[in-house]
Each structure stands twice: as structure tokens, then as C-alpha cells.
Ligand binder design. Structure first.
Ligand SMILES: CCCCCCCC/C=C\CCCCCC(=O)SCCNC(=O)CCNC(=O)[C@H](O)C(C)(C)COP(=O)(O)OP(=O)(O)OC[C@H]1O[C@@H](n2cnc3c(N)ncnc32)[C@H](O)[C@@H]1OP(=O)(O)O
Ligand SMILES: Cc1cc2nc3c(=O)[nH]c(=O)nc-3n(C[C@H](O)[C@H](O)[C@H](O)COP(=O)(O)OP(=O)(O)OC[C@H]3O[C@@H](n4cnc5c(N)ncnc54)[C@H](O)[C@@H]3O)c2cc1C
Length: 572
């Protein structure tokens, strides 16, 4: 049943039931509350939405306007939408599908506001699916993509729910209205940290899909003349086509491995948090926010590179690439807008840098910040050595974090308030955080290819892919590496030469590398990326099914074109 609903499409949005609503119950409900709702959700006996974002606020959660006011006389919370902008807006499935929602609202008890907390609210009747009393629901209208999902709106007019409907694993309100503090106010945000972590795998899978489509098609498509009189070559023989696709293919593997690390980190840190150890929460938040932002942005750009590399047929929905792009573009905004998320990572880096300056030894993903030498050590480097490449990315990141942090300190020394200094350095901070995440992805890629249990021939191919990914990053951001002389112009030239060599080395394995993602045609939904390579026959069949081809002469001829032509001819 659940699988059927999963694929129902057509205005039924059950994705968020699985990736947001159900995990919120798992992560924020007490054991008692889980007994009441978790199995219902897991068996799809209820369908839920994660209703946090409002028309007026998505990013600034502390600015949400929906209220949950505790009434001790009835031991109920009153959920209310006080303004137009407090209307819940965007939650997937909220418009027409869900009959429950976890609603993020400002908690008021005894006249005091305790900030955003999650509440379970039934929004539709389980008998006839009509909205519950006091609840107004609807779909927000067509979007760039994912129009099978009914992203909706909801308004609450003093809707009463039992006290026990506040998800109380961390914070709670006693029957008399006493508020009990959570170990950290940010635990109410834990579902967002989890979901951002899963976006890294969504990005990897999306880029894997796009590169599978584009690489396979680039082996089917023959175009132009590489040498006079010779047959038209596969377009994948052009170095420019390899330069477009292979860095995206390498990034798909890099993000796939980064998502393994993210999943492992999330499990281990949330495990410690279950035992009361909150020490890993800040690093988990910074890593998930940065990786989500970086991988989704690179993926969205990369999918469009793949689309363009397929020429005209890439622009057709037959390719599957426009839909992939639309979905990936959503990931750049949803679950924490990318700029805002990267600034969260920057905030953590500035804090760690200050601790390192005060003599603290840093650990985890920021350990390199205290280990990297500030003064560049120029010299002829072996630019094909993975250790050299990883060190270059870490030096670049450390230098940029230091520069941004010192710039901010300088602004404050000139008398600027911290917030103003932050804002006036935020472009530097974003670039430093991106360099940090990029260095993490490179290091993790290198460590994975060196340790993953595969036979040596596969390790050799993965190592070439990791070199290609790293060399591409260095040549694309050469200025960052040259700025303090850590790399020289000769190093960058060497990196470019090695990159060209890697393109040629990866070419023979390109199809095997995309086949290894094992994405079935039913998942790819692409005529260009078909496993059997029979593109042209299926492109023709696909086009013939276009609704416009239902009649030989379309009704618009009789309605518009015929009279228009007639009147123009009459004037001749
Ligand atoms: C092709 C692809 C296929 C798929 C395509 C499908 C299409 C898409 C379909 C489905 C997916 C969509 C699902 C999307 C669902 C949603 O969007 S749900 C809503 C998501 N909303 C957000 O993410 C909101 C983002 N905003 C925030 O998280 C917060 O407002 C903020 C973090 C930006 C700011 O929070 P604030 O409370 O104001 O904190 P600050 O003052 O900035 O920092 C104070 C300290 O708190 C720490 N902190 C902040 N957040 C966390 C956290 N989550 N965990 C731990 N710690 C946190 C922060 O680091 C500060 O610490 P220090 O004081 O020590 O520096
Ligand atoms: C496909 C899709 C599905 C979604 N599903 C859900 C869902 O199921 N449940 C749910 O609750 N929400 C959902 N959302 C909403 C989503 O979480 C928000 O749109 C997202 O968090 C961005 O917030 P916003 O729209 O307020 O953007 P804004 O923050 O208004 O972004 C606008 C601009 O302001 C900038 N900006 C904002 N704050 C800062 C800052 N502090 N510093 C610098 N720049 C800043 C941003 O960088 C951006 O450039 C969904 C959205 C989409 C697109």
C-alpha cells in the first residue's frame, strides 16, 4: 500500500510523510506518543505533513507567527494563525493529501513565549477527508517542478488540541502550564539536521542519474567530423564533452561517499545525544548544513551541464534532464536555503578558528584548521599525488577561514557591532565555508578510495576519478591556491595537464562507471539514457504519444490559424 501511494503522483504528495513527518515523530515524540502515532504513520494509517514554513517565514524559524497557547483550564493548546503571513505555506502533502501535520508554532504558556516547538494536529477527518473544524487547507498552485506533490497551505482558527499533542521528548509543558526546558533549544530542529543529511544522498543520486543519461547518450550520439572523411565520432570522443561530463561523474561518486560519512556521523552523534552527550550537535549541524548546501548547488549546476551536453534532445522532457534539474533546484532552497545553510557552517568555522587561536586543539572535520601551516611552502609539487591534492585543498580552506575571521575581527576593532561586521564579511565567510566543505569532500573521497574494500583494478579507476575531481577543483579555483603562493603557476599548469590525462584515462571506463550506479530505466525515465541504447526509435515513439498528436489537424487550426490565414489572404 505504502509503495503504491509512493508512486501515486497526480496531486498526492506522500514524500514528506516519509522523509519529514514520520522522522519527526521518531525523533521528537516521547515513547508514549510513539505508541500512539508512530505505527499509524509507518503503516500509512494516517498521512502527515511537516508544517513549519509559513508564507512570511521559512528561513527564520524563530520568526514563525503561528501560535500554540496553553490553556491550563482545559489542558489544551490553542493553535492559531494570527496573520495572513502566518499561513503555513509550502509543506509537501499539506494541500490535499495529509490528514495530520506536525505544526511548528511559538509555544506560549503562563503568558510567556518559549519559542518554536512541534505539535501534532489532525487537519482532515479520517472519515471523509474534509478539513477539521477551524482548519483551512489548499494547494499553493503550480511550481517549477514536482507538480505531482500538493505543496499546500493551512490556516488554523483557534484549533484546540490536547496537551499531549505537543511532541515532548525534549521540552514539555506540565498540566499546570509549567514549561520544562530541553537540554538544548536546538533539539526542536533535529529533524532538519537529519533531512539535510539525507539531501546529500539525494544530490548524489540526482547527479548519478544525470551523468548516466548524458554519458550513455554521448556514446550513442555521433556528430560532426573529427578528421576529414572519417565517420562521425561518438560525441564522448571530444575532449570538451569529457571535460563537461567526467567532473560531474566524479562529483557524483564524491557526494555518494560523503553521504556515507554523513549517515555514519548522524547515527553516532545522535546515539551519543540519546545518552545525554550533546557535544557533537554543533559539528553535526555545521557539517549537515554545509554538505547539503554544497552538494545540492553543485548537483543542480551539474545536471544543467549534462542537459546542455545532450544538445537539443537534452532540452526535451524525453531526456528526463529538465525534471531532474527542477527537482535538484528544489533541494537548493528546501530544508534550509543554501546561502543561509553555508553561513551556519561559516559561523561554526569562525568559532572554531577563535578556539584554535586561543590554543584549543581542534578535532573532527575542522582539525586541519589548527594543523595547517599559515606560511605557504611553495615548490614543485607532485600534482598527481592524492595526498598533495588533499593538503592543497585544506591549506586553501584554512587560509580563507583565517582571512574571513581576521577581516571580521578587524571590522569589530574599528568599532562595528559583531552583527554588522558579520554582514559586511558574509561573502568572504560564504567562500571560506564553501572551501571548507570542498576540502572535506576531497579528503573523504581520497580516504574512501584508499580504504574501500574493492579489487585493485576498481581501486585504480576510483583513484583516477578522485584525482580528476580534485584537479578539476584546483583548476576551476586556481586563484585561491595561487593567492598566497602555496601553489605556483607551474603547479596549476601541471594540474591542467594531469586533468587532461585523467579525462583520457577515465574514458574507457565511463560507461561502466555510470552502469555501476545500477539505475533502472524505470528510475531514470529517460529515452536518452536507456540501458539498451535504442534512443532514436524510442524518441520517435515518445514524440508520437504527445497529446498534440492525438489529431492530425489540431483544433487550434480551426479556432485561430484558419481565420487568421484567411483574413491575411483576403488582404493580398
Ligand atoms: C532530483 C532530486 C530529487 C528530489 C526532488 C524532490 C523535490 C523536493 C521534494 C521534497 C524535499 C523537500 C523537503 C523540504 C522540507 C522543508 O523544507 S522543511 C522546512 C525547512 N526549513 C528550514 O530548514 C529552516 C532553516 N532555518 C533554520 O534552520 C534556522 O532558522 C537557522 C539555523 C537558519 C537559524 O536558527 P536560529 O535559531 O536563528 O539560530 P542562530 O541564531 O543562527 O544560531 C544560534 C545557535 O544555534 C545553532 N544552531 C542553529 N540551528 C541548529 C541546529 N539545527 N542544530 C544545532 N545547532 C543549531 C547555531 O549553530 C548557533 O550556535 P552558536 O551560538 O554556538 O554559534
Ligand atoms: C519544493 C519545496 C518543498 C518544500 N517543502 C516544505 C515542507 O514540506 N515543509 C516546510 O515546512 N517547508 C517546506 N518548504 C519551504 C522551505 O523550507 C523554505 O522555502 C526554505 O526554508 C527557504 O526559506 P524562505 O522561503 O523563507 O527563503 P528566504 O529566506 O526568504 O530566502 C530568500 C533570500 O533571502 C536570503 N536570506 C534569508 N535569510 C538570510 C540571512 N540570515 N543571511 C543572508 N541571506 C539571507 C536567502 O539567502 C535567499 O537568497 C519547501 C520548499 C520547496 C521549494
Amino acid at each position: 500500500m505504502a509503495a503504491a501511494l509512493q508512486t501515486l503522483g497526480g496531486g498526492i504528495g506522500i514524500t514528506l510523510h516519509w522523509i519529514a513527518f514520520t522522522p519527526t515523530i521518531e525523533q521528537q515524540a516521547t515513547e508514549e506518543q510513539k505508541k500512539k502515532w508512530l505505527k499509524l504513520a509507518q503503516d500509512v494509517a494516517i498521512v502527515g505533513a511537516y508544517a513549519q514554513t509559513e508564507m512570511g517565514h521559512g528561513t527564520f524559524v524563530r520568526g514563525l507567527e503561528t501560535t500554540a497557547t496553553y490553556d491550563p483550564s482545559t489542558q489544551e493548546f490553542v493553535i492559531n494563525s494570527p496573520t495572513l503571513t502566518s499561513t503555513k505555506w509550502w509543506p509537501g502533502g499539506l494541500g490535499k493529501t495529509a490528514n495530520h501535520a506536525t505544526v511548528m508554532a511559538q509555544l506560549y504558556t503562563r503568558g510567556k513565549c518559549y519559542g518554536p516547538h512541534n505539535f501534532m494536529v489532525q487537519i482532515r477527518s479520517l472519515e471523509n477527508h474534509q478539513p477539521c473544524p477551524g482548519v483551512t487547507l489548499g494547494d499553493i498552485g503550480p511550481k517549477m517542478e514536482s507538480n505531482g506533490n500538493d505543496n499546500g497551505f493551512a490556516r488554523f482558527d483557534h484549533v484546540r488540541i490536547p496537551r499531549e499533542n505537543m511532541l515532548m521528548k525534549f521540552a514539555r509543558v506540565e498540566a499546570d502550564g509549567t514549561y520544562v526546558q530541553p537540554p538544548s533549544s536546538k533539539l526542536a530542529y533535529s529533524n532538519m539536521v537529519y533531512l539535510r543529511g539525507t539531501f546529500v544522498m539525494s544530490a548524489a543520486q540526482a547527479l548519478a542519474s544525470a551523468t548516466t543519461i548524458a554519458v550513455r547518450y554521448s556514446c550513442v550520439r555521433r556528430q560532426s567530423e573529427m578528421k576529414p572523411g572519417e565517420p562521425e565520432p561518438q560525441i564522448l570522443e571530444y575532449q570538451t564533452q569529457q571535460y563537461k561530463l567526467f567532473p560531474q561523474l566524479a562529483a557524483a561518486y564524491a557526494f555518494w561517499f560523503a553521504s556515507w560519512f554523513m549517515t555514519q556521523q548522524h547515527g553516532s552523534i545522535t546515539g551519543s545525544m540519546e545518552k545525554g552527550d550533546m557535544s557533537g550537535l554543533a559539528e553535526l549541524h555545521a557539517l549537515s548544513a554545509g554538505l547539503k548546501s554544497y552538494t545540492t548547488a553543485v548537483t543542480a549546476r551539474g545536471i544543467d551541464v549534462c542537459r546542455m551536453a545532450c544538445g537539443g534532445h537534452g532540452y526535451s522532457h524525453a531526456s528526463g534532464l529538465p525534471a531532474l534539474f527542477g527537482g535538484a533546484a528544489a533541494l537548493c532552497t528546501a530544508e534550509g536555503e543554501n546561502t543561509v545553510m553555508m553561513l551556519q557552517t561559516a559561523r561554526y568555522l569562525v568559532k572554531c578558528f577563535a578556539q584554535s587561536q586561543a590554543g584549543k586543539r581542534l578535532t573532527g572535520t575542522v582539525a586541519y584548521l589548527s594543523a595547517v601551516q599559515p606560511s605557504p611552502v611553495a615548490g614543485n609539487r607532485n600534482m598527481s599525488d592524492l595526498g598533495t591534492l588533499v593538503a592543497a585543498f585544506q591549506h586553501r580552506a584554512a587560509r580563507m577561514v583565517r582571512h574571513a575571521a581576521m577581516q571580521m575581527q578587524g571590522e569589530m576593532q574599528k568599532g562595528k557591532a559583531r552583527e554588522d561586521a558579520w554582514n559586511s564579511c558574509s561573502v568572504l565567510l560564504i567562500k571560506a565555508a564553501e572551501a571548507h566543505v570542498h576540502s572535506f569532500v576531497v579528503r573523504n573521497f581520497a580516504e574512501t578510495v584508499q580504504t574501500v574494500e574493492v579489487d585493485e583494478s576498481v581501486r585504480a579507476v576510483l583513484t583516477s576519478l578522485c584525482q580528476l575531481y580534485s584537479l578539476y577543483g584546483i583548476t576551476e579555483h586556481a586563484g585561491d591556491f595561487l593567492k598566497d603562493g602555496y601553489l605556483t603557476g607551474r603547479d596549476i599548469d601541471a594540474a591542467s595537464s594531469h586533468l587532461s590525462a585523467m579525462l583520457a584515462r577515465v574514458r574507457p571506463d565511463a560507461v561502466a562507471l555510470v552502469d555501476a550506479f545500477d539505475l533502472h530505466d524505470k528510475i531514470l525515465r529517460s529515452v536518452l539514457g536507456r540501458y539498451d541504447g535504442r534512443v532514436y526509435e524510442h524518441l520517435y515513439e515518445w514524440a508520437k504519444k504527445s497529446p498534440l498528436n492525438k489529431s492530425e489537424v489540431h483544433e487550434s487550426y480551426y479556432k485561430y490559424l484558419q481565420p487568421f490565414l484567411k483574413s491575411n489572404r483576403a488582404k493580398l
